[in-house]
Design a protein around this ligand. Structure first.
Ligand code: ZN
Length: 148
């Protein structure tokens, strides 16, 4: 991304032992999901054990970064002063096509807020917000049938 969507006065995301592999992959502009090594269930946010089978072991699976808008809202009220010139913007739950039901909360960029719709095909782009920290954003993408 050429211009960061991240407000300069917003605290950086906190990294924990469970989320560190996710952040390390994000810094390399790779979208990953934690999966249970025993039953295969995808879970996000990452956690110490599987909510389905209680296994502690997990693996990280790389995702395509493609998905669709599951639901969204258009933010008109800036909650930080630095966002005053960025409203309106879209916050959306993105259902990832290969995420095993995982949805990411993010922003949709590169499209007028009034043109965002439920089901809009999107693809990840990366917002490098600080050294070693990148956040996934999503922009409109060709539908699966239209991709080469
Ligand atoms: Zn499991």
């Amino acid at each position: 991304m050429s211009e960061s969507c991240f407000p300069p006065d917003m605290p950086l995301p906190a990294v924990s032992r469970e989320t560190l592999p996710w952040w390390q992959a994000a810094a390399e502009h790779r979208l990953v999901a934690q999966c249970c090594a025993a039953c295969g269930r995808t879970r996000h946010p990452p956690g110490p054990l599987c909510p389905r089978c209680r296994a502690f072991e997990s693996v990280w699976r790389e995702l395509s970064g493609r998905g669709a808008v599951y639901t969204y809202t258009i933010v008109h009220q800036p909650f930080l002063r630095s966002l005053a010139d960025r409203v309106p913007y879209v916050v959306a739950a993105i259902e990832l096509e290969d995420g095993g039901g995982v949805r990411l909360l993010s922003t949709v960029v590169g499209v007028a807020p009034q043109d965002v719709r439920i089901g809009l095909p999107v693809e990840v782009i990366w917002d490098d917000v600080a050294p070693g920290i990148a956040l996934p954003r999503f922009r409109p993408a060709p539908a699966a049938a239209q991709r080469p």
